[in-house]
Design a binder for this molecule. Structure first.
Ligand code: N01
Length: 897
């Protein structure tokens, strides 16, 4: 018997006035309407509840003048039904609030949704009944509700912040909130109006209020970046693109980063000249497209403080060129956050409005509001007589509409407010451990507000409803996220938040706008496409991270974490898997070298250094090429001799170019990358002996190379780190040169292959077990393998220079690297270890690709500086901020400047 019928009979028997449904949904906006449609089609009895008097959600409440969407409307629409798409035509590039509201009404009518919506109804409490396995809801209007599943489609920006300014109650004039705007048209003619706030709502409404008001005074706490919308008809080329391949266009949006069909930008800022960057910026400014401006100028704009600063400065120039009064222009110019880290705005005449004689900007950073009085607003310097105050002060975002609206009590009587006391915890942003059968649409932990909401909402709703169908078909009645999965998601969220610059601003994304709210980046910053693939993997992995239960003790729990790799490592590995490359070991030595050379052509160009010089250094039986990287600052600099990776078979003095540049820039040391000889042409011990000979020559010729005479450091990655380690042993045993320290990144240290990492990471992480076997076979005969010149772990370790040893979790070489570090320490060598969680063998060599490797590379550079006796550097350019730590404002300010 269907679930609902059992429940209905139970309720009839008890004679209660409880409404029995399979699913209750809170909210009748974009998400609630689509949920209702899908659930109904799937055969679930459903009721939706909304405090509002009609459908629309955020578009019902936010009726202030100028309210529009700021993602092109062609992209901000439902896509689930091509016939619906054909039946509605948007009139503008960015539709107004009334038109969007009409659209949502049209959708509600088309699918006859209103009959299942209880308007003017607020849920006052939701309690999980463990025995019945149902949620019991009380409401402020009408029957209580009993439902199997409870879905919050409450939106992210639905709970307006109360005014935090003393004296509001004393004010005799009119007070309005942009987020709760009256339905009747307001007239500001002849009025002295104050707008408090300069976020999106204020920036949209200020120009229109200024046109009417006798005088408008804007109270600004933090200036924002705003881009002109250049609104008008939907751009023809976008419409043509959509109409020529509707399905393809929508699919591209679903797998994009922001939910809008724009490609991933690959050109980095330092590959462009000033003129080229300016040209790109001007094009984006003229296009009036926020997502384009946020994602398409250069690849590093959203992930690197330096790349971002170039864009922010172009923005600032624009503000200065539009606003005539220099003091007002200065006050409107943002300096305290990277562009895009706080939600930028789309405007129509915003900055130009400050050129009007009837508009005054009050900079609250210089004169904070002291109080609101009966007749106006007092700062600590002046008083303003005001007739109308508009609060555009924003929302208790992401969690407010879920947590603050009503008590939600889950399993064991736990309250969601208590569980989230230190910040929201979810699995996928959709579910919460301890709260069975509760779903959040665009909850904290989902891409939500960092994406095109329409795209994210459809994905969430489809995923949730498909799961409910599947759960029911399998005979389960309850679904709940596990603690392991939820903790893993929090870790993945934190990893993702090191990728973008959102962590560097105090915003509603981080909870900073609400006094006392726990701080942390709440939306998922990993992108819409990656998020979608993760959700699909959860299903593919047998509902990984969920416990499903049902009648008669039925239970299924495939516990675990869905993402253990760093987010960008995951992307790289997925991309490599999609390329379906032949195993490198199947290509032969020359084929493998050609492959690597070709592969390296597609990586981002390394960043500029002061100078790059190619040269050769002599050997007793020939010569070796080298490439020298010199810092821009005046020398002489200490020297690090670098050995590239490639299993003693592949690569050359140029193949680790981005990493060498990175070390040179960060450590401010000369890096000399040595082109040692390779197998099979030159087998063991050639590479080791070349490494030693090259180091000796470089140390002896330090001054000639423009470096600081004295001890050199050695560094290397993979087989190169093996050569660096061996060089230290040979230098100790052969009377020099003196080595200041060794940086060993994912080193080969031993010929034993039975350590767990060889098994755990045998396949799937680019450097495979068979590939390592192949390298060993080509370089070194089994009889020679225990020689410390190839297995340094088997050598004498006492008396070696200090070491910094880096290992990566998903690397076959992980355990031998750790073993080497431990053995060095046991032998009395000063050692520091970096065991990089979620990284793979190539993470640190993939500069500007694996962005989460930045903090690790910064630590490596600091280690080299210590070896060289250079002073420690402070966090540079926001890049070297350790993972998971919030940057303090002084750091950011220093970086931004
Ligand atoms: O709110 P906000 P919003 N004293 O939080 C200031 C979406 N949206 O309603 O930055 C003085 O952005 C506050 O200052 P500060 C969009 O995602 C979309 O404008 O905290 N000032 C800030 O300037 C947007 O981001 C559209 O220092 C105070 C402003 O008030 C989100 O909704 C349109 C203050 C609040 O800005 C929220 O936008 C509108 C105080 N006590 C909104 N408290 C579209 O176009 C706060 N402020 C689709």
């Amino acid at each position: 018997m269907p679930d609902v019928m059992v429940a209905a009979r139970a309720s009839e028997a008890s004679g209660s006035k409880t409404q029995q449904v399979d699913v209750a949904v809170v909210g009748a906006g974009f998400a609630g309407l689509y949920l209702l449609h899908r659930l109904r089609k799937a055969g679930f009895t459903t009721v939706a509840l909304d405090e509002a008097g009609d459908v629309g959600g955020t578009w019902y409440w936010n009726r202030y003048p100028g309210a529009r969407c700021d993602i092109q409307t062609i992209d901000y629409s439902y896509t689930f039904d091509p016939e619906l798409e054909g039946a509605w035509k948007w009139s503008e590039k960015y539709a107004t609030q009334p038109e969007i509201l009409r659209y949502l009404g049209f959708v509600a009518d088309r699918y006859d949704l209103r009959r299942d919506i209880r308007f003017h109804t607020k849920v006052t409490a939701a309690t999980w009944d463990q025995v019945a396995e149902r949620w019991q809801l009380t409401t402020d209007h009408g029957a209580t509700i009993s439902c199997r599943y409870y879905i919050m489609a409450t939106g992210c920006l639905s709970s307006p912040k109360p005014p935090e300014i003393d004296g509001v109650k004393d004010f005799k004039g009119k007070v309005y909130f942009t987020g709760r705007w009256p339905h009747e048209e307001l007239k500001f003619v002849g009025k002295r109006v104050a707008v408090i706030g300069t976020g999106s709502s204020a920036i949209q409404s200020i120009p229109l209020i200024a046109e009417q008001a006798a005088h408008l005074t804007v109270f600004q706490r933090t200036p924002n970046f705003a881009l002109p919308a250049h609104n008008g008809p939907a751009p023809a080329e976008r419409a043509t693109l959509l109409e020529s391949d509707r399905a393809g266009y929508r699919e591209q949006a679903r797998w994009s980063l922001a939910g809008v069909p724009l490609p991933q930008q690959t050109v980095v800022s330092w590959q462009l000249s000033d003129a080229e960057r300016r040209e790109r910026f001007e094009q984006a400014w003229a296009a009036g497209d926020l997502v384009f401006m946020l994602t398409q100028l250069w690849a590093d704009q959203g992930v690197d403080v330096d790349g971002n600063a170039l864009l922010a400065e172009l923005f600032r120039e624009k503000i200065r060129s539009i606003v005539k009064d220099p003091e007002t222009a200065a006050a409107l110019t943002p300096y305290d956050h990277p562009f895009g880290s706080k939600r930028p705005c789309l405007d129509t005449n915003y900055y130009a409005t400050y050129n009007r004689p009837n508009v005054t900007l009050v900079n609250l950073r210089q004169e904070p509001i002291a109080s609101i009085t009966a007749s106006g607003i007092k700062t600590d310097k002046r008083s303003f007589d005001i007739d109308v105050i508009v609060f555009a002060t924003g929302f208790d975002a992401m969690t407010g509409a879920i947590k603050a609206v009503h008590p939600i009590t889950g399993r064991g009587g736990k309250s969601l407010t208590d569980v989230w006391a230190d910040g929201p915890q979810t699995y996928l942003g959709l579910t919460v451990a301890g709260f069975p059968n509760l779903f959040l649409v665009t909850g904290p932990g989902s891409p939500s507000v960092l994406s095109n909401m329409a795209v994210s909402i459809e994905q969430h709703v489809d995923w949730v409803v498909d799961r409910l169908i599947a759960i029911q078909a399998a005979g389960f009645t309850a679904i709940e996220a596990t603690e392991t999965a939820q903790t893993g998601w929090a870790r993945h969220m934190a990893d993702c938040s090191t990728l973008t610059l959102h962590r560097l601003a105090n915003t509603w994304y981080t909870g900073a706008n609400v006094p006392g709210k726990p701080q942390g980046v709440m939306p998922y910053t990993g992108g819409v496409g990656p998020y979608r693939s993760i959700c699909n993997e959860v299903v593919g992995g047998g509902m990984l991270g969920f416990r499903l239960t049902g009648p008669n003790g039925a239970e299924q729990c495939n516990d675990g974490e869905i993402v253990r790799l760093q987010p960008d490592v995951r992307l790289v590995l997925n991309m490599l898997a999609e390329m379906n490359l032949p195993p490198i070991e199947s290509l032969g030595a020359q084929g493998a070298r050609d492959f690597v050379a070709e592969f390296n052509k597609s990586r981002p160009a390394g960043r500029p250094v002061g100078e790059i010089v190619d040269g050769t250094l002599p050997l007793t039986d020939g010569s070796l090429p080298y490439r020298l990287y010199r810092p821009a600052a005046p020398g002489p600099h200490p020297i690090a001799v670098y050995f590239h990776g490639g299993g003693w078979v592949l690569g050359d003095e140029q193949s680790d170019d981005p990493l060498c540049r990175d070390i040179c820039r960060r450590a401010e040391m000369i890096v000399v990358s040595v082109g040692y000889r390779h197998a099979p042409e030159h087998r063991f011990p050639t590479a080791a002996e070349d490494g030693y000979a090259a180091t000796r020559w470089i140390a002896e010729h330090a001054a000639k190379l423009g470096g600081r005479p004295g001890p050199v450091a050695v560094a290397g990655w993979s087989a190169g780190a093996n050569i660096a380690a061996v060089t230290c042993q040979l230098a100790r045993d052969r009377g020099g040169p003196e080595i200041a320290g060794q940086l060993l990144v994912c080193p080969v240290t031993d010929c034993a292959f039975d350590r767990p990492s060889y098994g755990d990471n045998a396949a799937g992480y680019f450097l495979t077990r068979p590939l390592m076997f192949w390298f060993w076979d080509i370089y070194c005969s089994p009889a020679d393998r225990t020689d410390p010149r190839v297995s340094p772990l088997r050598g004498q370790l006492a008396g070696l220079p200090p070491a910094f040893v880096v290992t990566c979790e998903f690397d076959p070489l992980r355990d031998e690297g750790v073993a080497y570090a431990e053995a060095l320490a046991a032998a009395g060598v000063p050692v520091e270890q970096l065991q990089a969680r979620g990284h793979f063998h190539s993470s640190f060599a993939m500069v500007d690709v694996v962005i989460t490797g930045v903090s690790g590379r910064a630590r490596m550079a600091e280690a080299l500086r210590r070896f060289a006796g250079l002073p420690q550097k402070t966090a540079q350019s926001g890049e070297s901020i350790p993972q998971g730590r919030q940057a303090s404002s002084p750091e950011l300010n220093a970086a931004a400047k």
